[in-house]
Structures are given as C-alpha cells and as structure tokens.
Design a protein around this ligand. Structure first.
Ligand code: ADP
Length: 158
C-alpha cells in the first residue's frame, strides 16, 4: 500500500492542482493533500482545506489535511513514502529539483515523483487566479465552483 503526499499552499486550489491529484489518485493507493499554513495567504488554512476537500469529495482515496513544518515530517506522520509535485515550467523544475534533493537528504525513505502539467493548465497558478479575480474577472473556468464563488464574494465586496 503506497501513500503519496501532495503538498502545497493551494491559495486557492485550481483545476491544475485537481488534474495532478486526480492523476496521482489513479497511481497510488491513497493520496494525502497537505495544505501548508501561511500567514500571507489570501484564504485561511481552514478555507483552503475546505475548498480542496469539497473538490475531491468524490475521490475515495484522497484526504485533505492542514500542515505546518517540514513536508517530510508531514509525509512520515501520514505514512507517505512519495511526495507528488506538479511541474509546469523549467522554473518549477529548478525549484523542485533543489527541493527534492534537500528532502531526500533529510528523509531518504521518502522520494519525490513529478507529474507534468496537462497543457491546458500550463500557465495556471493560484497567484494568477488571485490576480485575475482581484480585477473582477471571471475565473470560473480555472477553479472549482466553490472557489469561484468565494473569490467573487471576497473581491465583489471591495
Ligand atoms: P501555485 O501557487 O504555483 O499554484 P502551490 O504551492 O499551491 O503553488 O502548488 C502546489 C503544487 O502544485 C506544486 O507542486 C506546483 O508545481 C503544482 N501546481 C500548481 N499549479 C499547477 C498546474 N497548473 N499544473 C500542474 N501542477 C501545478
């Protein structure tokens, strides 16, 4: 039984993240999505966990948790032996390459696996979604419906 951990800030979860988690869920027995605490996030940790949980409610082998601290510690606590990461670009690659080597140095029992983005999500990131929504643009084709509604509520008020 192999458990994979999919860590990130998911501020907020996008269809790009969901594509990665769906594919990971078909490769591993179970997937734990670890939502990192962040003081600078637009949405609270609880909100980010709730958005992701709602979006994967129909995937029985996916769980969503909040975490802070080292990703490898979270992986060990969850019994995960694989860290799943999504790659969009060579910028993602260089960042993730360093991170994977550092994580493996700290935890040789936890390895990293990389899934290439699907081409339709190549330029999709949470920061781009936040920026577009802050200008009042419709992002309902980029994020799950619950997130689109929350963004509209947040920026609609301003
Ligand atoms: P971001 O703000 O860039 O979306 P996150 O920390 O929330 O960053 O991302 C978590 C993980 O999901 C990272 O491994 C990241 O590379 C990956 N990811 C983010 N967006 C996409 C996408 N559109 N396609 C594939 N992987 C993605």
């Amino acid at each position: 039984m192999t458990t994979a951990l999919y860590p990130g800030s998911f501020d907020p979860v996008t269809l790009g993240h969901l594509d990665i988690v769906l594919r990971a869920a078909s490769m591993y027995d179970s997937v734990v999505v670890a939502v990192a605490h962040s003081r600078s996030a637009l949405f609270s940790t609880d909100e980010r966990v709730a958005f992701f949980s709602e979006a994967v409610a129909d995937l029985p082998n996916v769980r969503v948790i909040a975490h802070h601290g080292l990703t490898v510690d979270c992986a060990r606590a969850e019994g995960a032996t694989v860290l799943v990461k999504g790659l969009r670009s060579t910028t993602d690659f260089s960042y993730e390459f360093d991170m994977a080597l550092m994580n493996r140095k700290m935890a040789p029992d936890v390895d990293s696996a990389f899934l290439m983005t699907s081409v339709e999500y190549l330029v999709l990131s949470s920061s781009r979604v936040r920026e577009l929504a802050s200008f009042g643009l419709d992002v309902s084709d980029l994020v799950p419906p619950g997130v689109a509604a929350a963004l509209q509520e947040k920026f609609g008020e301003e």
